[in-house]
Design a protein around this ligand. Structure first.
Ligand code: IMP
Length: 193
């Protein structure tokens, strides 16, 4: 079965394809199917944004589709940036600007607890289903590591001393918020058939 992943983010697509590689589903990203229209994510929660993306693509293509929205919630910042994670430091959506802003706001802050959240929205046979995954952790004192994307160099998952950007992709793919949500998605798709 073909499933469209409504994302233009090539890093996420690669991660999710790896996560679903043991399933019989063929995952295609938006660039692969030539869908280049930008989707305006103006929801006020991650769940709403995920829904907006899957509904928009489903409406345009009438195909099986899923999407995700994800973000970082930092306890000492009242769970910000949350839904504003991608553009926390401005519309340029620059990962280093975003991380620098977090590190600046947490300077001298002892509570560095944070979590990544991912919400997936799946539309299959005209019904929508949603799945949520979380990984708890903390914000590092400085950027460490080169792998991954986004805020990976400053996020240390619970139970580890390295950031997501230092840990092997295989570890991140086992414990991440997205892995968590995708496992639920997988389970659902398996029982669905
Ligand atoms: P969106 O889900 O594409 O809207 O992305 C939300 C923001 O969260 C982006 O700035 C991403 O870089 C960031 N983000 C989401 N998942 C991860 C992750 O696994 N590692 C690092 N940053 C992430």
């Amino acid at each position: 079965m073909k499933l469209i992943f409504a994302t233009h983010n090539e890093h996420k697509l690669k991660e999710v394809k790896q996560l679903l590689s043991t399933t019989p589903f063929e995952i295609q990203g938006l660039s692969e199917i030539g869908y280049h229209t930008e989707i305006i994510e103006d929801g006020i929660t991650m769940a709403e944004n995920a829904s907006i993306k899957s509904r928009t693509v489903h409406k345009a293509l009438n195909a099986h589709v899923f999407s995700d929205d994800s973000g970082l919630e930092i306890e000492a910042l009242d769970m910000r940036p949350g839904v504003h994670t991608a553009r926390f430091a401005g519309p340029q959506k620059d990962a280093h600007d975003n991380m620098d802003k977090v590190l600046r706001l947490l300077q001298n802050e002892r509570n560095r607890k944070a979590r990544f959240k991912a919400v997936f929205s799946l539309i299959i046979e005209n019904k929508e289903h949603s799945f949520e995954g979380i990984v708890n952790g903390s914000i590092a004192e400085e950027k460490q590591g080169l792998d991954g994307f986004g805020y990976d160099p400053i996020f240390i998952p619970e139970g580890y001393t390295d950031t997501f950007a230092q840990l092997p992709a295989s570890v991140k793919n086992e414990i991440s918020h997205r892995a968590n949500a995708v496992r639920q998605l997988c389970k659902f798709l398996e029982t669905y058939k």
